[in-house]
Structures are given as structure tokens and as C-alpha cells.
Design a binder for this molecule. Structure first.
Ligand SMILES: *Cc1c(COP(=O)(O)O)cnc(C)c1O
Length: 359
């Protein structure tokens, strides 16, 4: 029988394991930072109608330039952006992959500040570029000086800055992003996947785009927008950057169904984002209540909390799973990551954690 080891795969892929957060059918799923709330019924119906309008034309390839969708994102983002500044893909992961295909690749390097999003090294690997992880301070914060020093030392081709950072929840000040954009000779991408959950939502790198033509800001519909299952991520940058991304995308990469669904969802952005404030409250509640239990939740601007002070993360993970609650062991010693859920889901995980602390 043929196994992976018998196949003539690339040498640099041998022995690697694929991305794989467990997908388990348990009652309380708080492990991949999804929005806990379903797409509102009336919005779902309008999306279905938009898809129904598009479907008879599905004998033709979709709009390769997804003009209507780019218009929708430009309006949604504001900041004087036009459709020429917008890119999109099947999830922001695909957008990040396009960025690395265009600006990275063999012989080039991707620098980021760890711990950070586990997909960054995998995306770098996929395009054959070198991954340069630079450790954050003990509390996971970053200063302008630390960022300038790391960029000066490594002179990376691409820098990824995740804010709020996954898996720690840590926000970056705009001064840090400015320092990176000034210091870098290559591309600086700010991954704002969780920006809608921030305490201060005015702190977006979109406000810096005009000054820095090599600065890119990526967003996603997967988290605050409650649309993870449809796979839509997007990016704002100088129109010349968008031209570079066109060189590497597969033709017609966004299906007519995806474009129709995203366009209709954007029309209802208020309804789609209506639960963000409720989720922020549950996020803050996790920090407060687990802190009171003597654990060390890190401050978070995202829809999840990294909880330190967990004596045996694997045992706690399993004990929670026995109670039908799925959280994430991100492999950082003494921690678990918990996504904010509905009030009932959050109560379930907090009660279980209190019970386990007592035991
Ligand atoms: C979830 C997440 C994304 C979004 O991924 P999609 O492909 O858009 O679903 C991007 N960046 C970070 C840091 C994330 O946690």
C-alpha cells in the first residue's frame, strides 16, 4: 500500500503535518474563533435570492475582476478607498497566499512576531520561502523599537503583523505599524481578522495606507461577519499591489456563488455584525471570571482569550471535551485559548473551568 512517504513529494514537505484544528460535533464549540451566532434568517433568505439570480448564468465563468464585490468592500471599509484598492479571495488565507506568491517565494523570507497565527509558517512553506519567527515580549506586546530592530536585523521581504494577534488577543498600536512600514524595504501586511472586536475600533491600519504604498491590510468575513462557511477574505492596498496579486491568482478564483453571497451579505452588514458587541461582552467576561479564579487570562481585543496559568492544558482540554466543550490547545505551555460564545456557551465553559479549579 502506498503511503505519503512513498510518494515523490517535495523534499521540503516531507514529515510536515497539515493544519488541523479538530472538527468535532460537540454542543459547545469554542475552538476556532467562529462567530457563535448563525446568519440571521432574513439575511440568509436575501442571500439565497441573490444566488438564485446569479445561477442561471453559471454556464459562463464568473466576473474575473469581481467588480461589484470590490465596490461593496470599498464602500464598507471607507477611508477613501476605491474598488481599485481592493482584493478578495476564498478566505483571507487565500489572500495571504496570493501576497506570498507575488512578493515571497524561494530565496525570500517572511518575518512575523511569535506566538502568532499558525498558518503563517505553513503559507511560507507552501511557496518555498524562509520563515523568520521573532519572539514577542513575555506579555506578547510589541514596541516600535523591537519591530524596527527585528526588521533591521533580518531585512525580510515580507512582514506579517497580526492585530489583534491570534492566539494571544494582543492589539498593536498604530505607532508599531508605522515603525514597521518605515523600517521595511519590502511588504508589510497587517492582518486585521479580528479588528471589529477591538476595544478601540478606530485603531485600524487602513488610516496609514495613503502614506505607505507597500502597506497591505487584510480582513475577513469569517469572524465578526459570521460568514466563515462561505470563505471570503479581502485586502486593501495601493492599486499597484492589487495588480501584482492579479499575476498569481487562478483565473475566476471567486465563484459566481461566492460573489453573489458576499455581495448580498455586505448589503446587510449591520445585521451581520449585530452580535459583535454581545461577543465582546462575553470576551471581557471570560477575562474577568477566569482572572477571579486565579488563572491568568491575557488582555484581548479579539473574540477569544488566551488563558495562562493552566497547570495541565491537555488534561483540562480533555476534561472540557468530556463535558461537551471544545477549546483550543495552541501548544503554548500552561495555556488554552477559548473563543467567546453566546452567553449560555460562555457560561458553560466558565462553570466547567470553575468546577475543574475546585477539583
Ligand atoms: C481566522 C483568521 C484568519 C481568517 O481566515 P479565513 O481564511 O478568512 O477564514 C486570518 N488571520 C487570522 C489571524 C485568523 O485568526
Amino acid at each position: 500500500m502506498t503511503s505519503l512517504d512513498d510518494l515523490p513529494i517535495r523534499d521540503d514537505l516531507r514529515g510536515l503535518t497539515p493544519y488541523g484544528a479538530p472538527q468535532l460535533e460537540v454542543p459547545v464549540r469554542l475552538n476556532v474563533n467562529e462567530n457563535a451566532y448563525r446568519v440571521p434568517e432574513e439575511v440568509a433568505l436575501d442571500i439565497v435570492q441573490e444566488i438564485a439570480r446569479a445561477l442561471p448564468d453559471a454556464n459562463r465563468y464568473p466576473d474575473r475582476e469581481f467588480d461589484a464585490l470590490r465596490r461593496g468592500f470599498a464602500e464598507y471599509l471607507g477611508h477613501g478607498l476605491t474598488p481599485a484598492h481592493i482584493w478578495a479571495g476564498n478566505g483571507s488565507n487565500e489572500v495571504l497566499q496570493h501576497v506570498l506568491q507575488a512578493f515571497g517565494g524561494p530565496g525570500r523570507s517572511l518575518l512575523s512576531f511569535t506566538p502568532t497565527y499558525s498558518m503563517y509558517p505553513l503559507l511560507a512553506q507552501g511557496v518555498g520561502m524562509r520563515w523568520v519567527p521573532v519572539p514577542r515580549a513575555a506579555d506578547f506586546t510589541l514596541t516600535p523599537d523591537a519591530v524596527r530592530a527585528a526588521i533591521a536585523e533580518h531585512d525580510p521581504d515580507v512582514v506579517f503583523l497580526c492585530t489583534p494577534n491570534n492566539p494571544t488577543g494582543t492589539p498593536l498600536g498604530l505607532d508599531v505599524i508605522e515603525a514597521a512600514a518605515e523600517a521595511a524595504s519590502g511588504i508589510v501586511l497587517v492582518d486585521e481578522a479580528y479588528t471589529e472586536f477591538a476595544h478601540d475600533r478606530s485603531q485600524t491600519a487602513l488610516s496609514l495606507l495613503e502614506r505607505f504604498p507597500r502597506l497591505l491590510v487584510s480582513r475577513t468575513m469569517s469572524k465578526a461577519f459570521a460568514f466563515a462557511g462561505v470563505r471570503v477574505g479581502y485586502l486593501a492596498a495601493h492599486p499597484a499591489v492589487i495588480d501584482a496579486l492579479r499575476l498569481v491568482r487562478l483565473p475566476y478564483h471567486l465563484s459566481a456563488i461566492t460573489q453573489a453571497a458576499a455581495i448580498a451579505a455586505l448589503r446587510h452588514s449591520d445585521a451581520m455584525l449585530a452580535r459583535v458587541d454581545a461577543l465582546r461582552e462575553q470576551r471581557d467576561r471570560i477575562v474577568d471570571e477566569l482572572g477571579a479564579l486565579g488563572l491568568q487570562p491575557y488582555p484581548s481585543d479579539a473574540n477569544f482569550v488566551l488563558v495562562g496559568g493552566v497547570a495541565d492544558p491537555q488534561a483540562t482540554f480533555r476534561a472540557l471535551l468530556d463535558r461537551g466543550i471544545l477549546v483550543r490547545d495552541v501548544g503554548l505551555p500552561g495555556t488554552l485559548r477559548i473563543t467567546a460564545g453566546t452567553p449560555a456557551e460562555t457560561t458553560a465553559v466558565l462553570s466547567a473551568m470553575a468546577e475543574l479549579a475546585d477539583a
